[in-house]
Structures are given as C-alpha cells and as structure tokens.
Design a protein around this ligand. Sequence first.
Ligand code: BG6
Length: 296
Amino acid sequence: MDIAALKDKLNAPHVELSQLAAGYPVIDVNNTFASARIALHGAHVMSFQPHGQAPLLWCSKAAIFKESKPIRGGIPICWPWFGNHADIGKPAHGFARNQFWQLHSVEENAKHETEIVLALTDNEISRKLWPHVFKLIVTIVVGPVLTVRLETINTDDVELSITAALHSYIKIGDIENIEVLGFEQSHYQDKLMDDILFLQSGSVRFNSELDRIYLDTTADVIIKDDDNSREVRVAKAGSYSTVLWNPWIEKSATMNDFEENGYRNMVCVEAANTAERAVVIKPGETHTLETVISIA
Ligand code: BG6
C-alpha cells in the first residue's frame, strides 16, 4: 500500500490519513459539521458523529482490522450477495466488505461537506467467487447528515443479478429502550423462523434476538432512542427491502469480534435488495443504492 500516494489524493481541508494497522489505512474527517472515519478496507464508514451529538454509528471495540475480515460495526457493504451464499465455501454477504478498495478522490463540495469516493473492480479474488466484470463506486458524503451511495456499474457483457445491503449499525442508548417506526403494515420474512412471512402491526420493540427482512418497502425508518433523547432517521433510495437485526446475547457471544454486551448499544437498519427482489443490471447500466443517516 503506497501511503504517500494515498495522501496525495487528499484534496480537502479537515482530513487526515493514518494507518490503524500496518497497511490498513483510514481517513479521518473532522469538518464544520461532523467527524467520521472511513476505512479503505470495504469502503467502510466506521464512525459518524455530528458535532454536539453522540455518535450515530456503533463499532465494536473488538472489531478486527485485517484484510479479508469485515469490520464489525459502522456500515459494511454487502455485495454482490446479501446473506449466506448457497455455496457455503463463499463468504456471507459477498466479498466487497473483505477487500481493500482504491481511493479515487477526497474533496470538499460546494456545501463544504467532505466527499470521499472509492472504487472496486473485479480482480483475481472476486472472479473466483463471482465470475463477472464490474465496477463499484462508493461516494461517502460527510456533512450534517451521512450519505453513502453505492453505484454498481455493469461493465460485463451479460446481465448481472445482485443482492446487496448497506448494513448500518446504528448506535443507541439501550436496545430495550428503543422503538423502531416505519414498518407498519409491511410484510417481513422472519429469518429466525425459516423465513415465514408476517405482517407488521405497529412499531418494533426488542426483547430477544431479531432478524427480519421487511419486503417491498422504500420507507424511512425512525429509531426512537429514549436514553439519548433523540430520533435517528435511516432513509434510502434504490432499495426495496430493509433488514432489521439485533443478535442479542447468545448470538453475539458466538462472534469473536463483538464486544461483550455490545448488542445492547446497536441496532442494524439496512437499506437492502434481497433475494426476493434481486436487482438485474443490463450491460453498460448502473444501479444506485443509497442510505442517508441523520438525527430526525
Ligand atoms: C444481517 C443478517 O444482515 O447480518 C443476519 O440478517 C446476520 O442474519 C448479520 O447474522 C451479521 O452478519 P455477519 O456476516 O456480518 O456476521
């Protein structure tokens, strides 16, 4: 990794590049609006904190910073498949979160927000797992709100069928003191009950493990976080499913990168396109998946 060449790409004020571990660069932003950390591994937003607010993203204190290991927390990019692959030898949630991306640019936009653009193209590892030619571009905008935009450009000469998620770990005061709104009257697949379909009535509260895919929804999700006296909004575009997840005690204890009791301070709200609604992209076309995270 040529750290000097990466530093040359920083064409914006209030940004710094450092290494979390040898060969593991991160960009720290501390602009007029917020602070944020972005890892080149996975084009992964690890933190986002508007000034004067508690952090909006949760990242595990036990997260592992190593090539091919996704970071536990922040916003992993799940692509080109969401969830487990039918071939159990292939990584859950695809390979985009397991690779170093190229840093394309770091600039300040007209609103004085910081825009970081990263790219990933097919490579030896990706072609073994998924035999396609592609280009991914992620644009991360750090402003009063956080925007993450994932463009999938089909540079292959066949249609690409993809599932994906911007797997946002939202930081909360306590999982038993939140209420999640925005799913009223949506159907969901319960991943803990063989994907049986249910209809959501009212808001969602948590008192045990929960792993659901809400189908055919483009609605914003609001997390009412009583302990932090705030509401967090997760908005999205180009997404027709939203995943809601908390692993609770037993499941989180099986993950070596999940800090002890961390499940209490996070909830995942994921702008997704899942198997029931895979995105088909024709050669030469682009699909854009976006999420915007803010204080409501
Ligand atoms: C969620 C899935 O999106 O991600 C869960 O719905 C899964 O089933 C979770 O456990 C975490 O996945 P991973 O691969 O990051 O441990």
